[in-house]
Design a protein around this ligand. Structure first.
Ligand code: SF4
Ligand code: ZN
Length: 288
């Protein structure tokens, strides 16, 4: 049984990596690590793929320490993951980039929203400056399916076209890869348990309860996938494969990037979200 699970996991993930050329000789892949099962499984999969196929590519774990009350605990788990997988780890403290998360005004905006903006910015900027060729994330098929249905309901078709195993980079935007495209949260958890990969069992962030992940509707969507799968074998896999086909017929929105007039990073506006947060902090410091 253990063997058949592993064979299935490896065949699904390796097939995606090969087909979409997610990891090639000469690549320097940064894997975003959050301490959770999905990013842990993502690092394990890429390391295994590189090793078994004897590919001359660098794999580096990358973690953002947000400086929130639980952040050091998360970092400890990430360090254990990297050690277990014999992987180099780069850790960046958000504070070193001029943002003290604890001073942000959460009456203006939820903490998770600040976090998201900062994460998107630093996950692109830092690895790129450290010569990464690609950024790998632990997004998996359950995530893509839930957001596929959500965006279908709101007719946000352009957004759906981004749900691919590889999002090619553009200018200062780093190429993003999603090797877990055909496995879901349940499979990642099983893999981590079988391989003894440490991970945080649940969201330990004190703000999680107010965040999107705690949204009961969203949780129900994830549960629904598994509930259908209980009577329709391979429902998620069949759906994600259909989704990939459907995406081809949807008009792709070419995203034109400008460069932030303050920091020079890609943004759709005059000033990027990250610099706006820094400005907000600066203003409140001057007020006090
Ligand atoms: Fe950030 Fe929200 Fe995650 Fe906490 S739960 S780390 S605030 S995104
Ligand atoms: Zn900026």
């Amino acid at each position: 049984m253990a063997n058949s699970f592993m064979q299935l996991y490896l065949s699904r993930t390796f097939k995606i990596i090969k087909k979409y050329k997610l990891v090639l000789p000469g690549d320097k892949v940064f894997v975003a690590l959050s301490g959770g099962k999905d990013s842990g499984a993502c690092l394990w999969t890429i390391k295994k793929y590189v090793h078994l196929n004897n590919i001359n590519a660098d794999v580096v774990g990358f973690h953002l320490n947000f400086g929130l009350p639980h952040s050091d605990k998360v970092q400890e788990v990430v360090e254990k993951q990297a050690k277990k997988m014999e992987c180099k780890l780069e850790v960046v403290n958000v504070k070193d980039y001029g943002i003290d998360m604890q001073k942000l005004d959460t009456r203006k905006r939820p903490m998770c929203s600040y976090c998201g903006t900062i994460k998107r910015y630093l996950l692109n900027k830092v690895p790129r400056e450290l010569d990464a060729t690609k950024l790998a994330t632990g997004h998996h098929m359950d995530d893509f399916l839930v957001f596929f249905f959500k965006n279908l309901l709101t007719r946000n078709y352009a957004w759906i076209t981004k749900f691919k195993p590889l999002l090619a980079g553009n200018g200062k935007m780093l190429t993003r890869i999603r090797p877990l495209y055909e496995v879901g949260g349940r499979e990642n958890e099983e893999l981590c348990k079988k391989e003894d990969i440490p991970f945080l069992e649940e969201d330990i962030c004190p703000y999680a309860i107010l965040g999107k992940r705690a949204d009961p509707k969203l949780r129900k969507c994830y549960e629904l996938l598994y509930s259908v799968e209980s009577w329709q074998k391979d429902f998620r896999l069949l759906m994600i494969r259909s989704m990939r086909k459907v995406i081809k017929y949807l008009p792709e929105e070419k995203q034109e990037y400008k460069y932030c007039s303050i920091c020079g990073e890609p943004t759709s506006q005059e000033i990027c979200g990250f610099c706006k947060i820094k400005n907000e902090l600066e203003k409140s410091k001057n007020k006090n």
